[in-house]
Write a protein that binds this ligand. Structure first.
Ligand SMILES: [Zn+2]
Length: 322
């Protein structure tokens, strides 16, 4: 998308002035690009920098370098080092890479920074081991994993076009746990789910205290043995089955319990940021950082509802969905 600095400047311009440029000094809409692409000059002679208020203001680095850097920071894992960063961008000075990296990171938002909230499904399941059903081995390689998934309810169009309530997964948390005792499960919920949230679990008595700890606790009871999967706690089971498929497919199931948490972390990292790549990119550049100007996690999910985010501009929308 960004073969040169002119393309970067165009993108910036479109984001900042979606309905056309107006001079901030006199309001005039008669204006022309001036100098090296980063300035507009109006018919009253006022100069306006299109990078003002962003990380790129008054920088000597090309816009393209900043865009490349923002892409790396917002799409790769946060583990990229300043040295790797310097090499990737072809920067001569390590200090420049170090400073750019820190500036860009400061603009990012971590979707995991707050506990799961509003409505959360919680369940524990066995994960890992060799192929399920293979006798003899599996059980020893399996680990008990607790999962919490935010339930996001929103209004969408049904098959006949009428409005119906739909649900989908919000953020997720996954941890290896030693057992399914109350002394393990209850503190996990307290650490990972905000007080006051509705917590939906199965009938396991270990969860019984949640109601007295400030949660709205709802237990779903299976009427027949084995009927639970899919019908109850559908989101947490969907996520765990995706996790199992990934472990079995990509990693051939060869994940030992002692390493499982690292894989859970990787899975969680990607899952919780699946809607974040586009927003993270422009946010990393220091654009549209105010709450009014950019969708937050919850409002982005609720897009299309009364409380949801309204995309102000189709171009912004298209870029954010990438
Ligand atoms: Zn002016």
């Amino acid at each position: 998308m960004f073969p040169n600095d002119a393309a970067c400047a165009d993108f910036l311009f479109g984001l900042r002035y979606p309905s056309g440029f107006a001079c901030p000094a006199c309001g005039s809409t008669k204006a022309w690009p001036a100098g090296p692409l980063r300035e507009m000059i109006c018919d009253g002679g006022h100069r306006t920098s299109i990078t003002a208020g962003t990380l790129m203001h008054r920088t000597r680095q090309p816009l393209q370098t900043w865009f490349h850097a923002a892409f790396l920071v917002s799409t790769l894992t946060p583990g990229i080092s300043a040295l790797q960063f310097q090499r990737q961008l072809g920067l001569t000075r390590y200090e420049t890479a170090f400073q750019m990296l820190h500036k860009l990171r400061s603009g990012l938002v971590d979707p995991e920074r707050t506990p799961l909230a509003v409505e959360v499904e919680v369940d524990e399941l066995y994960v890992g081991g060799v192929e399920e059903g293979r006798p003899g081995r599996g059980a020893l390689d399996k680990a008990l994993v607790i999962g919490g998934v935010e339930v996001v309810r929103y209004e969408g169009k049904g098959k006949d076009g009428s409005l119906v309530e739909k649900m989908r997964a919000g953020r997720v948390r996954l941890n290896v746990i030693p057992d399914a005792a109350a002394t393990t499960l209850v503190p996990w919920v307290q650490k990972n789910v905000a007080a006051g949230a509705k917590v939906v679990t199965d009938g396991n008595a270990s969860y019984n205290r949640l109601g007295s700890l400030g949660y709205l606790h709802e237990q779903v009871l299976a009427t027949h043995k084995g009927e639970k999967t899919g019908h109850y706690l559908p989101l947490v089971h969907l996520i765990v089955s995706n996790l199992k498929r990934w472990l079995m497919g990509t990693h051939k199931g060869a994940v030992l319990p002692k390493h499982l948490q690292a894989y859970l972390n990787e899975f969680t990292f990607r899952f919780n940021r699946r809607f974040w790549r586009g927003p993270a990119f422009t946010r990393a550049l220091g654009l549209a950082v105010s709450a009014e100007a950019w969708p937050e996690y919850d409002t982005l999910y609720a897009s299309g509802t009364e409380d949801g985010w309204e995309h102000p501009d189709t171009r912004l929308n298209a870029d954010a969905s990438r």
